[in-house]
Ligand binder design. Structure first.
Ligand code: DX5
Ligand code: ZN
Length: 222
């Protein structure tokens, strides 16, 4: 299993002070910055795009940026996020007409492709794609908002995805997104996740370093 990573979601950060917030979580021990892109079309919320990604990339050039696209269509915007400094670019299979082509497009532009599974989306979409991915993202809430409750069905799905990843022998990351907190992160780690997105749990409390350290302790104990 690759080293475990904690990825604060900036959706719950103070958008008026985004650069400072990113620095603060990086200093507090974050491994990856999770960047939620919503279009008021694929999901009922609207957030930020490549312009903001580029600004953050300039502000913190060494930060790894984990772009989670909740938009339709996907392909047109991929090159823009690639030149804006994205490290990973993940998309939902329902949001593109040609999943294989979108994976290839992300790779061609020098980024690492990820496929995202909504709570009711079967893992079947991994059948012809898994070996070509760098990341599998299991949603543990319905996408669109921070601060929702963790859906427990995600635990079995994580375990199933972990088995499939092990079968490839490749260092493909298994990420979980939605309702992840200090209280449940141990159980989620035991299910097989290695990359943990947390928005409200980190930005909602004042002590970023304390929360990230507590999460890491729970993961290590799991
Ligand atoms: C939800 C987003 C998440 C969100 C998670 O659609 O994809 O990344 O920020 O927020 P929390 O951790 O508060 O559930
Ligand atoms: Zn997300």
């Amino acid at each position: 299993m690759p080293p475990r990573w904690i990825a604060p979601s900036i959706l719950s950060a103070d958008f008026a002070r985004l650069g400072e917030e990113v620095n603060a979580v990086l200093e507090a021990g974050a491994d990856l910055i999770h960047f939620d892109v919503m279009d008021n079309h694929y999901v009922p919320n609207l957030t930020v795009g490549p312009v903001v990604c580029e600004a953050l990339h300039r502000h913190a050039p060494h930060a790894l940026i984990d772009v989670h696209l909740m938009i339709r269509p996907v392909d047109r915007i991929v090159p823009e996020f690639a030149s804006a400094g994205a490290t990973y670019i993940s998309f939902h299979p329902e949001a593109t007409d040609h999943i294989d082509r979108t994976i290839e497009l992300i790779r061609e532009h020098g980024c690492r492709p990820g496929l995202v599974f909504n709570p009711a989306t079967p893992l079947d979409f991994l059948d012809y794609t898994l070996e070509r991915l760098d990341l599998v993202l299991i949603m543990s809430v319905n996408p669109g908002f921070g601060g929702q409750q963790f859906i427990r069905g995600a635990l079995d799905k994580l375990a199933a995805a972990r088995r499939r990843i092990e079968g490839t022998g490749k260092p493909i990351r298994l990420e979980v997104d939605g309702g992840v907190k200090v209280e449940n992160i141990g159980e989620i780690a035991r299910a097989g996740a290695d990359t943990f997105v947390a928005g409200s749990a980190i930005f909602g409390g004042g002590d970023y370093r304390g929360t990230i350290a507590a999460m890491r302790r729970e993961i290590e104990r799991a």
